[in-house]
Design a protein around this ligand. Structure first.
Ligand code: 5GP
Ligand code: ZN
Length: 115
């Protein structure tokens, strides 16, 4: 997936403000943050979206969630709270087709969804 921007960030071929990386996952700042903290948690391996997950993805999906929890704690969000969003497909507004968890915090969020 040479043309995928998130694959390029994972592989160091495109720049991003990296926060965390391990063998399976990478976390970096969203370039258009919607809150004081807005990070993207992505699998290092290219996966289009939640629609492409299957039984074999279970450990990876769990790992991504745990990474989000740990990074949220490192960012001081454990007590104040945070939101994890995974857009999937056109109605959700997904624009980058490399699976990613938005980790958003640092301000109070009142609405479940926005347009
Ligand atoms: P989506 O709408 O697909 O769930 O979210 C994609 C997110 O990726 C957007 O919030 C957008 O700002 C972010 N994004 C897109 N391209 C880049 C990039 O090249 N670098 C970074 N850091 N974020 C990006
Ligand atoms: Zn990719």
């Amino acid at each position: 997936m040479d043309e995928c921007i998130f694959c390029q960030i994972v592989n160091g071929k495109a720049s991003a403000r990296l926060v965390y990386q391990d063998e399976q996952a990478t976390v970096f700042h969203d370039r258009h943050p919607v809150a004081p903290i807005h990070l993207l948690v992505v699998p290092n391996r290219h996966i289009d979206s939640v629609n492409a997950l299957d039984e074999t993805s279970t450990p990876l999906a769990g790992h991504l969630l745990l990474v989000a929890q740990r990074v949220a704690a490192q960012m001081g969000l454990a007590a104040s709270g945070y939101r994890i969003i995974i857009n999937t497909g056109p109605d959700s507004g997904q624009t980058v087709f490399h699976l990613h968890l938005h980790l958003i915090g640092g301000r109070r969020m009142r609405f479940l969804v926005g347009d």
